[in-house]
Design a protein around this ligand. Structure first.
Ligand code: PBG
Length: 329
């Protein structure tokens, strides 16, 4: 009780503050998302993600070497697929010579110890921008998981360390784990996007991959029949526990900042590592406000990353990974 307790003593200066600090951001915390396109010598800035680029495979080599030298040890790959390769069934997704499959090999050759994670979802390959096959006004769950498991297997064959299903179909972790086991890929891990919300914060990402969902065959141009309702809390635990039972090694909450209550719920409910995806819209907001001079970019970036980790994230997929590591090193 005051004056016996004076809490400000432990805030007197940076030396004491750093000694009593709970949460410290380090390069080990990050998963770096990378956007990949066909072509040579391509480095295109994404309009709604200033300072973030799509790279062709030749330039990805240089980029992953740079990441590795900064202490960043994990990447999450996404590919931009050309329109003529898109269809309803995501056929191109399982092409062993597809861009993703070549990208995995390229990164592994360039930096063998880099942890390579791959996005497993149909949307970049779908003519409709959906994560599932569509028919009769519906997203077909089980037909989709059959393609997703084949896709995951093709990534494992290419050398992926983890496959990361981001689609939110029911049962996809079970289907993927079963096929990987049957085919002998016992060591390929699964990072499941287990509590993934139907969020409006994915807009810039969909610009990056040209993958926005469109209205087609009586299905609206949104993902609300598979991604979760932002209003729901207990459902996130149910989704996550099921994914663990089905074989997920790492679970994920997405997006980050608006969902830190969910991160803490899940951290308290599970005994596997929890990842958080600080998504494209979260990146864009900080960039836009700081460009206008309304927010201090670096301070806000570090505050948000620290808050995500404090909430319970064991790792953070973030477009700020490089900038944050430069700032702290
Ligand atoms: C694809 C996928 C999305 C993101 C990651 N994987 C988009 C979506 O579900 O529409 C979003 C990432 C971001 O916004 O940074 N299934």
């Amino acid at each position: 009780m005051y004056p016996l307790r004076r809490n400000r003593r432990l805030r007197t200066n940076e030396s004491i503050r750093s000694m009593v600090r709970d949460t410290i951001i380090s390069p080990n915390d990050f998963i770096v998302p990378l956007f990949i396109v066909e072509g040579k010598n391509v480095k295109e800035e994404i309009a709604s993600m200033p300072g973030y680029y799509r790279y062709s495979l030749d330039l990805i080599e240089k980029e992953v070497k740079e990441l590795w030298n900064m202490g960043l040890k994990s990447v999450l790959l996404f590919v931009k697929v050309s329109d003529d390769l898109k269809d309803n069934a995501g056929t191109e997704a399982i092409n062993p010579e597809g861009l993703m499959q070549r990208a995995v090999k390229t990164v592994k050759n360039a930096v063998p110890h880099m942890i390579v994670m791959t996005d497993v979802a149909l949307d970049p390959y779908s003519a409709y921008g959906h994560d599932g096959i569509i028919a009769d006004g519906k997203i077909l769950n089980d037909d989709t998981t059959a393609v997703l498991s084949g896709m995951a297997l093709s990534h494992a064959k290419a050398g992926a360390d983890f496959v990361a299903p981001s689609d939110m179909m029911d049962g996809r972790i079970f289907e993927i784990r079963s096929l990987l086991e049957d085919e002998g890929f016992h060591d390929t891990g699964i990072m499941s996007y287990s509590a993934k919300y139907a969020s409006a914060f994915y807009g810039p990402f969909r610009d990056a991959l040209d993958s926005a969902p469109v209205e087609a065959q009586n299905i609206p141009g949104d993902k609300k029949t598979y991604q979760m309702d932002p209003a729901n809390r207990d459902e996130a635990i149910r989704e996550t526990l099921m994914d663990i039972e089905e074989g997920a090694d790492i679970v994920m909450v997405k997006p980050g900042l608006c969902y830190l209550d969910i991160v803490r719920d899940i951290k308290n409910a599970v005994n596997v590592p929890v990842a958080v995806y600080q998504v494209s819209g979260e990146y864009a907001m900080i960039k836009a406000a700081s460009e206008k001079g309304w927010l201090d970019h670096d301070a806000v970036m570090m505050e948000q990353l620290t808050a995500i980790k404090r909430a319970g994230a064991n790792m953070i997929a973030s477009y700020f990974a490089k900038e944050a590591v430069k700032l702290i090193s």
